[in-house]
Write a protein that binds this ligand. Structure first.
Ligand SMILES: [Zn+2]
Ligand SMILES: [Zn+2]
Length: 131
């Protein structure tokens, strides 16, 4: 996966990659830090920045903070894994709505599109069931 995105393989990068791969939902830097003992926070952050440059992670902002998730599609050029996210205002979890692609939005000439975030806020099924 690293190779496919043109990222040189190092021990730290593999550790961060594995930690991200084991998450079912987008995670914050703090959450990642607590699941990785062997690298300090700035090291994790640097690794994430490299992943971001190579489109190996998606970075999303859900109102509570920045979260990261592995990009499962594409090869760094064309990202076909951009999907809608849902942020629950009750439990503050952000989940992937897999299979729901971000709607295409046409932007004016002269603007260069680098990434897109599409976030829906509301109450998740679990929290809705409790109330
Ligand atoms: Zn919820
Ligand atoms: Zn996602």
């Amino acid at each position: 996966m690293l190779r496919r995105h043109g990222v040189r393989e190092t021990a730290n990068r593999l550790i961060v990659l594995k930690a991200l791969a084991s998450e079912k939902m987008p995670v914050s830097l703090t959450e990642l830090e607590s699941s990785i003992d062997s690298i300090d926070k700035s090291g994790i952050f640097r690794t994430l920045s490299i992943f971001r440059e190579h489109h190996l992670v998606h970075v999303l902002e859900d109102g509570d903070g920045v979260r990261y998730e592995l990009c499962l599609g594409g090869d760094g050029e064309e990202d076909d894994d951009v999907h809608v996210h849902f942020h629950c205002e009750k439990c503050h979890r952000t989940s992937c709505l897999d299979g729901i692609p971000v709607p295409g939005v046409k932007i004016p000439d002269g603007y260069e599109r680098r990434s897109a975030n599409y976030l829906i806020k509301g109450i998740c099924p679990e929290c809705a069931g409790k109330s």
